[in-house]
Design a protein around this ligand. Structure first.
Ligand code: B12
Ligand code: SF4
Ligand code: SF4
Length: 356
């Protein structure tokens, strides 16, 4: 826990505004007004004097990618961190209120530039992967704040940077990280697996088998690698949540989704998005054994995006059975966007036949 002054941060306002101006966050509803609000804690509490910042470690042991299994980011495979963070922040705010202070709490969803305030408070430094790195804990930390009317003694920022290291930049498969502490979030797998519009075709092959979030840039980060992975409270709910069977995920319906994922941080987007992501992962696995499952999804999934992305995956696999399934669906598909996906998939097979 560290304290930042609640003064508006001009440099954070500038960085956020520059990022939105470049379009780095264009899949998010952020604008100049948000930049100004997120850099000024008085947005949350009119008489804010201090921001109490906390960083809570969440790393638990990961397992190497397994054949037929999808990858879920460490932040999402446990009980939803928002609930745990809210409980911690509410307790902290309660203590400040006994001193007569007004308080407001924030974690993730409020208009607060959380990394910037944590950095100013001296909790860590912002790395080239754009995550806050806390000495001894690494970057697998959640951030939360209690904004308060109490004038508390601020802590000093750390004098640390990444130096010449560029491991995260090299490790990022989509080229989202520029190396100057900024990110094109529209290329980030974490964003791609959460967005509700179709995943751009040219980026799908770069997603690998991630079905929710991505940890690659943090997994290679030296201070994060050195940190313990012992955050028991954020252990995976079970093996299927941490590394879901991809063909089972492609069939996931809302009852099973609610049972398995409602408690997690990936419980807010719904089952269809996970089915779509499973289709992309199977398209990247390139295994003919997956053709029947993908053909069934192309022919019968109620959600057009799932049909479209499954068609794309069939095009990637490119076997005669995949082609036959695409041609059969092309004759009856009612949705224009799915028909377009099918046409592109058939074309890709005729250009690059791939028989394994
Ligand atoms: C939108 C969002 C996303 C988007 C965009 C991410 C991004 N980097 O902007 C997407 C979906 C991609 C995303 C992904 C992830 N997210 Co997110 N996300 C957010 C959210 C809601 C807003 C972030 C935001 O405002 N972005 C706009 C950018 C411009 O602002 P910023 O990230 O603060 O940017 C700082 C740096 O870019 C830096 N900067 C910019 N220019 C320059 C120039 C110089 C010279 C320097 C030094 C710095 C610098 O300063 C900026 C201002 O603080 C925050 C919660 C919040 N309210 O802050 C969580 C949050 C940032 N996410 C979080 C997490 C855990 C993740 C993931 C790790 C999840 C995952 N594994 O998939 C990934 C990490 C991907 C990555 N490499 O960033 C945590 C980060 C914890 C930490 N240790 O930093 C947060 C803080 C949520 C929380 N309360 O814990 N996320
Ligand atoms: S989370 Fe993955 S895709 Fe996003 S910046 Fe890091 S390595 Fe790149
Ligand atoms: S991998 Fe290296 S450059 Fe990237 S955030 Fe970690 S220390 Fe910084």
């Amino acid at each position: 826990m560290r304290i930042a002054p609640a003064d508006p941060q001009a440099w954070t306002h500038e960085r956020l505004a520059a990022s939105f101006e470049r379009g780095d966050l264009r899949t998010w509803p952020y604008d100049e007004r948000y930049a100004a609000r997120a850099a000024d804690p008085r947005t949350l509490l009119a008489d804010a004097r201090s921001v109490v910042c906390i960083a809570v470690a969440y790393a638990t042991p990961a397992e190497p990618p397994r054949p037929g299994r999808g990858r879920v980011s460490n932040y999402a495979w446990s009980d939803d961190y928002h609930r745990r963070m809210r409980a911690l922040l509410t307790a902290l705010a309660g203590e400040l209120q006994t001193l007569g202070a007004a308080t407001a709490i924030a974690c993730d969803t409020a208009p607060v530039a959380e990394r910037a305030f944590a950095e100013r408070a001296g909790l860590g430094w912002i790395g080239k992967h754009t995550n806050l790195i806390a000495p001894g804990l690494g970057s697998f930390v959640f951030l939360g704040e209690v904004v308060t009317s109490l004038a508390l003694e601020p802590d000093a920022p750390l004098k640390k940077t990444c130096g010449a290291c560029t491991r995260c930049v090299t490790a990022c498969p989509t080229g989202a990280l520029r190396g100057d502490y900024t990110i094109d979030a529209t290329r980030c797998i974490s964003d791609l697996t959460q967005r509700t519009d179709p995943i751009p075709r040219e980026l799908r092959p770069l997603i690998g088998t991630w079905v929710w979030g991505c940890d690659l840039c943090q997994d290679v980060c030296p201070p994060t690698r050195r940190a313990p992975r012992t955050a028991e409270a954020f252990a995976p709910l079970d093996a299927q949540t941490r590394s879901p069977d991809l063909t089972a995920l492609l069939r996931l319906r809302s009852g099973e989704f609610k049972r398995r994922y409602a408690r997690t941080a990936l419980g807010w987007r719904g089952a269809a998005l996970l089915r779509r992501n499973a289709a992309v992962a199977l398209g990247n696995r390139l295994d003919r054994a997956d053709v029947p499952a993908l053909a069934a999804a192309t022919a019968g999934d109620p959600h057009p995006q799932v049909r479209g992305h499954a068609a794309w995956a069939l095009g990637r696999i490119g076997s005669p059975q995949a082609l036959a399934a695409l041609q059969a669906r092309a004759r009856v598909e009612p949705d224009a966007l799915v028909s377009d996906e099918i046409r592109a998939a058939v074309l890709s097979i005729s250009k690059t036949p791939r028989v394994r």
